[in-house]
Design a protein around this ligand. Structure first.
Ligand SMILES: *Cc1c(COP(=O)(O)O)cnc(C)c1O
Length: 399
């Protein structure tokens, strides 16, 4: 079967909910992927930062194979010999006392919102079912009905109401707007440290710290959705670390799996996480031994290979080099670590043709929010590979 045959199958039998580039991948290793016709590409998307550790990392693969040959799913009706170790290692890595494992990112953010609502009723004394969660314009927290209820992107929500109440939207990066939106019923502020899906939007310096102070002053929980920015992507373990901010609740997903299998988690200290009682929340697959073994290996690789440090060093280099490209198409280059957005002038009509031109030169990147090319390669990338990519990117942005 060739590329077109695979694409035809997808188009004929699959829901049309994505608009992928026409490349059919069959293999991956580190920062490289290979299509069914044997063409090799540098992956500059990393599955939206789910493969920070690189494709098919041998140590995570070994953990998966070892665990898959023993036991994969017990349900939480019984205990398993991986989950406790996963909790412990996640706690040691993050500094949070406890965690709650889920599968997808959207589910984990939903879990965080449930936790914040319960905290509001039980601890803060908000009248039952009056709790509000403040979210930001341009956010992306996933595709469930509650998560799209927080969204301001028409495409994500227009045909899918009625929506979950209890969310209030404010402009991103604007602390005063959050301050204004806080009421005695506010349970939490839910924020991405950098808005990835919105086009790599970096808030003003000091934003997270100011949010932290505001939340403390008003007895409001700060929830950071670090599903895309966490685990090394921005050059620190968590993007909140850039401002020495510790959210009350942290949400992780994507790279927690090393790209092998969906694993997400909600992290908090005991006074908050301890509020959840048996039976109040759960998931058949959440915390299963295969997921736990994979996540343990994925976390180990991030630390052993110092991937956050690598992202800081090479991210700075890549961003500098991109900013120096004398391109009449580029409006702005921005980001942190290896989460970089190149925004094109809007009159060009979108970044997609540029992504197709990059693909023709062996680089896979995807437009986000129409006008932005996101460059977010696996964090195992080296300078030599970046130097291979740069002239190709330069060609596309200057021709
Ligand atoms: C990807 C993402 C999600 C949703 O994760 P899924 O696993 O796709 O449900 C939520 N929040 C952020 C910031 C993300 O980048």
């Amino acid at each position: 079967m060739d590329t077109n045959a695979y694409i035809e199958l997808e188009n004929k039998y699959g829901a049309n909910n994505y608009h992928p580039l026409d490349v059919v991948l069959a293999r991956g290793s580190g920062v490289w992927v290979e299509d069914v016709e044997g063409h090799r590409y540098l992956d500059c998307l990393s599955a939206y930062s789910a493969v920070n550790q690189g494709h098919v990392h041998p140590k995570i693969l070994a953990a998966l194979q070892e665990q898959a040959s023993r036991i994969t799913l017990t349900s939480r009706a019984f205990r398993n010999d991986q989950l406790g170790l996963f909790y412990q290692e996640l706690s040691q890595m993050s500094g949070y006392e406890m965690s709650l494992p889920m599968n997808s990112g959207a589910e984990a953010v939903e879990t965080a919102v449930k936790l914040a609502r319960k905290w509001a009723y039980v601890v803060k004394g908000v009248p039952r079912y009056q709790a509000e969660v403040i979210t930001c314009q341009g956010n992306f927290h996933g595709r469930t009905i509650s998560m799209i209820s927080t969204s301001t992107e028409p495409l994500y929500r227009q045909d899918f109401g009625p929506f979950t109440p209890g969310f209030v939207n404010v402009p991103y990066g604007d602390v005063a707007a959050v301050a204004q939106a806080i009421t005695p019923h506010t349970a939490a502020v839910l924020v991405e440290p950098i808005q990835g899906e919105a086009g790599v939007i970096v808030p003003p310096k000091g934003y997270l710290q100011a949010l932290r102070e505001l939340c403390d002053r008003h007895q409001v929980l700060m929830i950071a959705d670090e599903i895309q920015t966490g685990l090394g992507r921005t050059g620190r373990r968590f993007a909140c670390d850039h401002e020495q901010v510790r959210p009350d609740i942290m949400v992780l997903g994507k790279a927690l799996s090393g790209g092998f299998y969906p694993v997400s988690a909600v992290l908090a200290d005991r006074p908050i996480m301890g509020l959840i009682q048996a039976g109040e929340h759960g998931s058949t697959f959440g915390g299963n031994p295969l997921a736990a073994a994979i996540a343990r290996a994925a976390l180990r690789v991030l630390e052993e290979e110092k991937l956050a440090e690598n992202a800081a060093r090479l991210g700075e280099y890549l961003m500098e080099q991109l900013a120096e490209i004398p391109s009449r198409y580029v409006k702005e280059v921005r980001g942190k670590g290896l989460l970089i957005g190149v925004e094109l002038h809007h009159q060009l009509g979108g970044a997609r043709p540029f992504c197709m031109a990059l693909k023709a030169r062996g680089i896979l990147a995807k437009e986000t929010h129409q006008h932005v090319i996101r460059f977010a390669p696996p964090l195992v990338i080296d300078q030599q590979t970046i130097d291979w990519a740069l002239p190709r990117i330069r060609e596309v942005l200057t021709s």
